[in-house]
Design a protein around this ligand. Structure first.
Ligand code: AMP
Ligand code: GLY
Length: 424
């Protein structure tokens, strides 16, 4: 068995490691990969994640049995469609199905059709329309660019003045290249990420996770790709997870199938849990980063069996994903300047010492003269397991404390909420 993982982040490193634990004992390739993944898999740094032709050529040439696509740009570029057309098994949604993530307007319309709870909204297509709707809206409100914006095209507006400023960002500066903007109701509550593997019909929930989007402690500062995560989440046992899957994931998968766009792959629901239940903030059509780094180390089921089954409609019937009862806490170590910028080329120390305590996965790293150096905003992830949230959290921070590089940023409050709620 030979598997190929597309992508180069901490998420892909966690996927590579989970594949290596499979009973199928695969040889694993990764394109493009990174300096840490290279220790576990053969990396092809010259192949970009959205270079469809090169990926199909590689997978065909190396007789790959399964391709797993990590990042959304690859999905939206149609990597899965092209691979399957070439007769190469690929896990992930088609480009058409990935619109669930690629277009917020599409996702909102689908949720309305499927009766899935989400924030009330209007679509804005021009500056004039936006100004008129902003005068009518109630605040706080949220403005979102329609299209992929790496988690950054969302502006929370306390009042009308901020909303008007946001309209300039979207329609005058065209900062996120969107022609449509979503104006939606501000939801209060606590965020939850519930990822599920779908086969076009059936939905297999993964363990719930919580991620930390802001750069600073106490959820202050700008949004990032994610600064830490933990799994499971207190208060979200099997019954609560099933309730969410029944009200969110299954109706969406059914609505996609009715439209002739069956969803195969990871359906990631970003949820706000408020006083009146779970409402969808967004859908992603892929594994979350850094949720995956906390979820997959707990997975007991065979990931390759699940991925292969998800390609066939009905393939996951009667399947569930089993998880260790242990808690997992993932910390993100980011470079100076992140998220506005990032620094690179700084030597990283203490990786081996950290790996004695926890699992270290790489995101933005590179090898220079035999030394691992920083090469991006989010540099490393440290994931520790423990019998309680406190044990996992302490171990993760002990391990991260052994790592150092110039300007390293780390939040100190990851999973603190879980520790408060679950006495050890
Ligand atoms: P999104 O990319 O749509 O998930 O938005 C990024 C982040 O912005 C979310 O994780 C939330 O923290 C916040 N956010 C988005 N939409 C809303 C909303 N309607 N109400 C409150 N916060 C929101
Ligand atoms: N953790 C957020 C994301 O993967 O989009």
């Amino acid at each position: 068995m030979r598997a190929l993982v597309i992508g180069s982040g901490g998420r892909e490193h966690a996927i590579v490691r989970a594949l290596l634990r499979s009973v199928h004992a695969p040889e694993v390739l990764c394109a493009p990969g990174n300096a840490g993944i290279a220790a576990d898999a053969e990396c092809l740094p010259e192949i970009a994640a959205d270079d469809v032709e090169a990926i199909v050529g590689l997978a065909g040439g190396r007789r790959v049995d399964l391709v797993v696509v990590g990042p959304e740009i690859a999905l939206v570029a149609g990597v899965v469609d092209a691979l399957e057309e070439a007769g190469i098994p690929a896990f992930g949604p088609s480009a058409a199905a990935a619109e669930l993530e690629g277009s917020k307007a599409f996702a909102k319309e689908l949720m309305r059709d499927a009766g899935v709870p989400t924030a009330g909204y209007v679509l804005l297509h021009s500056r004039e329309e936006a100004v008129a709707e902003i005068a009518r809206a109630s605040y706080p409100a949220v403005l979102k660019a329609d299209g992929l914006a790496g988690g950054k095209g969302v502006i929370l507006c306390a009042g009308e003045a901020e909303a008007l400023a946001a309209v300039d960002v979207f329609f005058t500066e065209r900062r996120f290249g969107a022609t449509t903007v979503v104006l939606e109701e501000f939801l209060e509550g606590e965020e939850l990420s519930l990822l599920a593997i779908c086969d076009g019909d059936n939905v297999v929930a993964l363990a719930p996770a919580q991620d930390y989007k802001r750069i600073f402690d106490g959820d202050e500062g700008p949004n990032t790709g994610g600064m830490g995560s933990y799994s499971p989440v207190p208060g979200f046992g099997p019954a609560e997870v099933e309730e969410i899957v029944e009200s969110v994931h299954r109706p969406i998968v059914a609505a996609m199938a009715r439209r002739g766009i069956p969803f195969h792959g990871v359906l990631y629901a970003g949820l706000m849990i408020g006083a009146d239940g779970a409402k969808v903030l967004e859908f992603n059509a892929r594994f979350g980063d850094p949720e995956t780094q906390a979820v997959l180390p707990r997975l007991r089921s065979d990931l390759i069996d699940i991925f292969l089954a998800a390609r066939e409609t009905g393939g996951l019937a009667g399947t569930s994903a089993e998880f260790d009862p242990d808690w997992a806490v993932t910390l993100v170590l980011a470079s100076a300047g992140y998220p506005e910028s990032s620094s690179s080329g700084d030597p990283i120390r203490g990786l081996e010492a950290a790996a004695e305590l926890a699992e270290v996965t790489h995101a933005g790293t590179a090898k220079r003269d035999g030394e691992i150096v920083t090469a991006g905003g989010r540099v490393l992830n440290v994931t520790a397991l423990g019998a309680s949230p406190a044990e996992a959290r302490d171990r993760a921070y002990d391990a991260a404390g052994r790592i150092s590089f110039e300007g390293m940023q780390i939040r100190t409050d990851i999973a603190a909420r879980a520790v408060e709620r679950v006495p050890s």
